[in-house]
Design a protein around this ligand. Structure first.
Ligand code: AMP
Length: 250
């Protein structure tokens, strides 16, 4: 059973055959943003906070794959099954699979509430394909927020991250522990460590980020869209910096 937050972006999570309900309210100034940052930087949390502030949906390609993983195997297409293997190894899913998946969800990019892309694009090819899709739709990005944090802090965040198996909110074993070990404070679901947060997978993901995704910083800098944000100790502080960079009042 999807949570209310998931129902609002069901088209993104499951594809264009599944209409969103409730449909996001149209915004007078819809924001179309991309978030960049190494794994574990807290990008997902910033995406959630920004989405709430701007009334848009957090469009995470990682969430689409995690949703597909929960589906019975018979319902998974060969491309999705292959994608899940890459994900398990901490590697990037092939560009063509990811671009096809995003293109199928073009209604989300067209949404009158705007959008917040989290985890896409992740390669220069994907960024160029996103530019193409947006051009076709006569849409443009407002900004690309790129988050920075030291590698030591990233490794600490990822190794301690735990996710609720039911409502998907995240905890950290040291910095944000649940009241009862292994149990979600909000819904009582059991907490687990994402397969791709295990140390051996994290190393691959960091290397992949440096090699494939960091060149996007240059790509968006040249387009005049890049806003660089230094991550702070708390998500709220980083959120305040994100709003300041966007020139929006808190
Ligand atoms: P995330 O939750 O964004 O860290 O994504 C989890 C995993 O899904 C990644 O480690 C990749 O295996 C896969 N993935 C998500 N988005 C993309 C993308 N844009 N390109 C390639 N692989 C992706």
């Amino acid at each position: 059973m999807p949570s209310p937050r998931q129902r609002a972006r069901i088209t993104w999570l499951k594809g264009a055959d599944f209409p969103c309900a409730p449909f996001p309210a149209p915004q007078t100034r819809p924001r179309r943003l991309v978030l960049l940052g190494a794994p574990g930087i807290g990008k997902g949390t910033q995406a959630e906070l920004l989405a709430r502030k701007f009334g848009s949906c957090q469009l995470s390609t990682g969430d689409v794959f995690r949703m597909a993983k929960q589906a019975p195997e018979a319902e998974q297409t060969p491309a999705i099954r292959e994608a899940l293997e890459y994900m398990k190894a901490g590697k990037l899913v092939p560009d063509t699979t990811v671009v096809a998946l995003v293109e199928e969800r073009t209604p989300c990019l067209r949404c009158s509430a705007g959008f917040l892309l989290d985890g896409f694009p992740r390669t220069v090819f994907q960024a160029e394909e996103l530019d193409r899709i947006l051009r076709q739709e006569h849409l443009a990005l407002d900004a690309v927020l790129s988050y920075d944090l030291s590698e030591a802090k990233i490794l600490d965040r990822l190794s301690g991250r735990r996710v609720c198996s039911k409502c998907k909110i995240t905890y950290h074993v040291k910095d944000h522990p649940p009241k009862v070990d292994g149990v979600c404070d909000r819904c009582g679901g059991s907490l687990y460590q994402r397969e791709d947060d295990r140390p051996e997978t994290v190393r691959v993901r960091m290397e992949t980020y440096r090699h494939s995704t960091e060149p996007l910083i240059d790509h968006y800098q040249k387009k005049g869209l890049l806003l660089r944000i230094e991550c702070c100790d708390t998500p709220q502080e980083t959120f305040a910096c994100s709003l300041a960079a966007l020139g929006v009042e808190a």
